[in-house]
Every structure is written in structure tokens, then in C-alpha cells.
Design a protein around this ligand. Structure first.
Ligand code: HEM
Length: 450
């Protein structure tokens, strides 16, 4: 099927692609299929609850879900032939633990061996994202999904029955906040329609429409028909080491407070902001470099090209790396964008919950795993996206994998009183599992169970 210029039908697109849900309760269930009939029966049973991107007006669903299939999963359930399947991009086919993907993700073998899901031996075929307006609504739909999984003979990773918990968000940290205390969910691509040169256009994310920046695919043949109106989801479970993060802030705040003429409390917030590029209240360093400004918490209209010294926002601050905006890039073109639909999981860190698991359930949506998600990840691990600071490469200060061979884990924070030099940043975030899913269109999901 050739790529099409006509506007996508929202009724055919899974809802999370086109909008962020505001349901405060969610649960993410991760499965391996056993047989084709079992897998099809499972999808058929939960299909009535799939939420599309159509406007729900005043009739907000109490409970709803979206379904992702990995390449191994769609091989089980689709009618595609081997030659059709060859049309999918290698990154999707080979999966996140493959050598190719690991060149960007750089999780390292010893980390991958500890993943809860997603590596050889723990193959993921399907991820179901369930949302509820309250706990009973969530539990009701989770039970429907879990019962259908049992009936279809599926294996579930992270089931409650194992004594571990599923990946759940129970609004345990304030909505739109994440562990480490930052406001999240601020900047998202605009998802306008009709500009194939815009990396924030919906066509950069939905498969089957021309976009020159991310080139979503497959767009040809039976694979193109199957994938049209779908979108990829790099689903990543990321542990956040709050203890290490807090200790890092404490230790460094005490050291730098006298140099900067700040109180220890203000130096702590300053350091947290320099790692991220926004203050913990969300206000961007570029617009308010000296102190947080809650009025700018959701500000998105700014760039970095006027800050070539990094005096306002360090070059390797997470937000500057993950979306360099108008920064001059090493390769010509605009930076890729991601739709982020993630949320915190686990209880807030305190002395009683210290040993519990917590972190980010990362849903990174894109039309091309390699041109968007993995390209950004390679920038996160090496900050090689721009030549403007030739002597300051380093890594994303907040989330990079420090164990990557040859990693420069130093962090330089330019200030008017001379640079603050951190010799080696700790590992704040540890990957617990990854799955590359296709969020197929609703017509494709229906065709699977016909
Ligand atoms: C536990 C891990 C992570 C933490 C704690 C974290 C934290 C944050 C925070 C606090 C923001 C600012 C809020 C916002 O703009 O919505 C942000 C923005 C962002 N993050 Fe992350 N993040 C994490 C993982 C990732 C990963 C793995 C990626 C990409 C592969 C990523 C990509 C982005 C992008 C693209 C933005 C928006 C930047 C902008 O448009 O200015 N993040 N992140």
C-alpha cells in the first residue's frame, strides 16, 4: 500500500498515540504467547475495551486499554507471510536486546541479564496498558485481561501471583511528577497534521503517511497494510535510584553552596535543575536560570542557541540532550521528537520503603525506533549530537548508562564564578526491561481475530 496523504481516521488509531490520558490509575501487563489460537482468543476477549483516539467528549471511559505487539507477537497472530514480515524495520524485528539496538541503548550485558522482561529467554509478545478512573475500575479491567490471559495460556511477567507486583501506577507520587521530584509530562510534540518536514507532526509518528524526518514504516506491501495507522512504543521499565540521587544532591550542595553564595537548600535545587534542564517545578533554566518560577512551569517556548556557553543550561542536561530544539546539530536537520506517555511506578522513597522497587514506566512512542528513539538514546549516552562544545562531550547528566565502555561520566556546570566540575556522575537510572511494540490500528487488531 503506498503512503497516503489523507488525514488519519481517529477511530482507527489507538488513543494513547494521539493524546495523554488523565486516568489516575494504570497497570501494564507484559505477556508471552503460547499458541496462535490462545493468543487470538486473548486479543478477541480484550478488544472491546481498546480505546481509540476518537474524542470521548463528556463520556470519559471509566476503564479502557491499549494493546502493543512485539515482532515475535505479531508473527504469532498475524497472517503475514515470511516475505511480508521481512518488510518490518530491522530495529523492530531484532528487538532492544540485540547488538544493533545496544549500540544506542548501551544497557550492557550484565544489566540485560537482570531484566525482568525483554531479553533472550524472557521474550515479550504483547503488552497491555490498562487505565482506570479509580481503583475498582482498574482492578475490574485488569481481572478481565488476566482471566483472558489464563484462558489463552499466556505467560505473564510480573504477575501478582509471583509475590511481585505488576507495573502499576497508583498515583503514589503526585500526578505528573516522577521520583526525583521533577514535574513531568510538560513538553510533547504538537502532533499537527500535514507537514512532512516537521518532526513534531503526527505523520512523524503514525505509520503510512509521508514524513521526511522520521520516515515511519513499513509503508509498502502487506506489512504496510498491517502497520498503517499504527505507531511504535519503546516500552521501558526504568528503576530510579532515589537514595543515590538524594545523596548526590546533598553531598554536592554542601560543597558548592559557599562557592555560589547559596543556602544548602537552594544549592540542592540548583544542582537538581542543572542535571535536568528544568527546575523541579518544571520551569526551564533557559527562561529562569537563577531560581525556579512556577509561572513558567509549563513553558515550552524557548531554545538553546543563545546559550552557547551553557551558562544557563549545561550542554548535557537531560532536557537539552533529549530535545536540543534550535541547537546547531552535528548532522544537518531538526532533532527527532518522541511522544512520552510514561508515569511513575512504586511508592515514594522513605526510610520504610527504601528497599522497594520504584521508577518510571516509560512509553516512548515513535514512527521509527531507529530514527527517533534510538537516535535520541545514542545522544543520551554520548551527547555527540552537537559540535558546539567540542571539549565537553560527557553523557546525559540524569539518565545515561555510566557503565558504557569509554563513557565520559564527568559533568561540567558553567557558572559566572567559574565552572563546577563533577568528576564522575553516579548511575541514577537502571533499566529493568524493554520491549519494542507496535501499537496496531484498531482495524488491524480486528483483522487478527477475524
Ligand atoms: C527515569 C528516567 C527519566 C527521567 C527521570 C526523566 C525525566 C524527565 C523530566 C523531568 C523531563 C521534563 C519534563 C517534560 O518536559 O515533560 C523530561 C523530559 C524529556 N525526556 Fe526524560 N526522563 C527519563 C527518561 C527518558 C528517556 C529514556 C528518554 C528518551 C529516550 C527521555 C526523553 C525525554 C524527552 C524527549 C523530554 C522532553 C524534552 C523537551 O521537549 O524539552 N526521557 N524527562
Amino acid at each position: 500500500m503506498p503512503v497516503s496523504n489523507s488525514q488519519p481516521d481517529r477511530n482507527n488509531v489507538q488513543g494513547m498515540i494521539m493524546r495523554g490520558y488523565t486516568h489516575p490509575w494504570s497497570c501494564h501487563l507484559i505477556f508471552k504467547f503460547a499458541t496462535q489460537p490462545g493468543a487470538k482468543g486473548f486479543i478477541k476477549a480484550i478488544l472491546p475495551y481498546v480505546q481509540s483516539a476518537a474524542d470521548w467528549g463528556d463520556d470519559k471511559p471509566e476503564m479502557m486499554l491499549n494493546i502493543g505487539l512485539t515482532f515475535t507477537g505479531l508473527k504469532v497472530v498475524s497472517k503475514l507471510t515470511t516475505s511480508d514480515l521481512a518488510g518490518f524495520p530491522p530495529t523492530f524485528k531484532q528487538g532492544p536486546a540485540s547488538a544493533g539496538s545496544q549500540q544506542s541503548l548501551n544497557d550492557g550485558k550484565s544489566n540485560i541479564d537482570t531484566w525482568v522482561f525483554g531479553q533472550t529467554g524472557k521474550q515479550v509478545d504483547c503488552v497491555v496498558h490498562v487505565y482506570g478512573m479509580d481503583e475498582p475500575a482498574l482492578n475490574k479491567l485488569v481481572k478481565i485481561v488476566a482471566d483472558a490471559a489464563v484462558a489463552g495460556g499466556l505467560t505473564e511477567y510480573l504477575p501478582i501471583a509471583n509475590g511481585t507486583k505488576r507495573l502499576e501506577e497508583y498515583a503514589t507520587v503526585p500526578r505528573n511528577s516522577i521520583h526525583f521530584g521533577y514535574l513531568d509530562g510538560i513538553d510533547q510534540p504538537a502532533l499537527n497534521w500535514g507537514n512532512p518536514d516537521d518532526p513534531a507532526d503526527l505523520s512523524a509518528f503514525l505509520i503510512g503517511y509521508p514524513n521526511n524526518t522520521s520516515q515511519p514504516g513499513p509503508s509498502q506491501g502487506n506489512a504496510g497494510v498491517f502497520a498503517k495507522d499504527g505507531c511504535y512504543n519503546a516500552f521501558r521499565m526504568l528503576y530510579q535510584d532515589v537514595d543515590t540521587f538524594d545523596n548526590f544532591l546533598d553531598t554536592n550542595a554542601k560543597e558548592i553552596a559557599p562557592k555560589l553564595g547559596l543556602s544548602i537548600a537552594d544549592a540542592t535545587e540548583w544542582m537538581a535543575a542543572k542535571l535536568n534542564g528544568r527546575w523541579r517545578d518544571g520551569s526551564p533554566l533557559e527562561l529562569t536560570p537563577d531560581k525556579p518560577n512556577p509561572e513558567l512551569s509549563h513553558a515550552t517556548a524557548f531554545g538553546y542557541s543563545g546559550d552557547t556557553t551553557g551558562m544557563k543550561c549545561p550542554f548535557s542536561a537531560h532536557n537539552r540532550v533529549a530535545n536540543p530544539r534550535d541547537e546547531v546539530l552535528s548532522e544537518p536537520g531538526l532533532p527527532p521528537r518522541l511522544i512520552r506517555r510514561g508515569m511513575a511506578y512504586g511508592q515514594p522513597f522513605n526510610s520504610k520503603t527504601a528497599s522497594e522497587d520504584r521508577g518510571l514506566i516509560g512509553l516512548f512512542l515513535c514512527g521509527s525506533l531507529s530514527n527517533q528513539f534510538e537516535l535520541l538514546y545514542s545522544w543520551i549516552n554520548t551527547t555527540n549530537f552537537s559540535n558546539i562544545f567540542p571539549n565537553q562531550q560527557g553523557q546525559d547528566a540524569l539518565i545515561a548508562n555510566r557503565s558504557m565502555p569509554g563513557a565520559d561520566t564527568s559533568f561540567t556546570i558553567p557558572t559566572s564564578k567559574g565552572p563546577v566540575e563533577i568528576e564522575s556522575l553516579p548511575q541514577f537510572v537502571v533499566t529493568r526491561g524493554t520491549a519494542y511494540c507496535l501499537l496496531p490500528s484498531i482495524s488491524t487488531l480486528k483483522s487478527i481475530v477475524e
